[in-house]
Write a protein that binds this ligand. Structure first.
Ligand SMILES: [Zn+2]
Length: 128
């Protein structure tokens, strides 16, 4: 798994504490790192937005849920899919209604990601 360095924004290995590129400390589970990721989401390109969503999912912290739910409306389908799957990783059933809205998309890959995540979150209650 790769995560993003909050200083140089290069990809770095999630198991490292120090960025391989710039040497900055990456405190993966800190609130500060989460804030840096969320702030970057509003100003970067789609590839980085998707990586930020994956990183938030990998961390597995419920505090990232509002940021990820907001990305379900991202104009880029790769970013939406990363947000959907990361919400699945975090695994909080309270996001099911937000994920259900994604089922109306024309994008097959995105729709099946949403279906998969809803089954993960709701089990037999998913009613798909
Ligand atoms: Zn770095």
């Amino acid at each position: 798994m790769v995560i993003l360095c909050p200083v140089c924004w290069n990809e770095t290995d999630a198991t490292l504490v120090v960025c391989r590129n710039c040497g900055a400390m990456v405190d993966l589970y800190s609130a500060a790192y989460e804030r840096q990721l969320a702030a970057e989401l509003d100003r970067c390109d789609a590839k980085r937005r998707a990586l930020i969503c994956w990183t938030l999912g990998y961390r597995g912290r419920r505090s990232a849920i509002p940021v990820l739910v907001e990305r379900l409306r991202d104009p880029d389908s790769q970013v939406c899919e990363a947000a959907v799957r990361s919400l699945g990783e975090i695994g909080d059933p309270s996001v099911a209604d937000a994920v259900k809205k994604v089922l109306t998309t024309e994008n097959d890959g995105l729709r099946s990601a949403a279906q998969y995540v809803l089954r993960t979150l709701l089990g037999s209650r998913a009613e798909l």
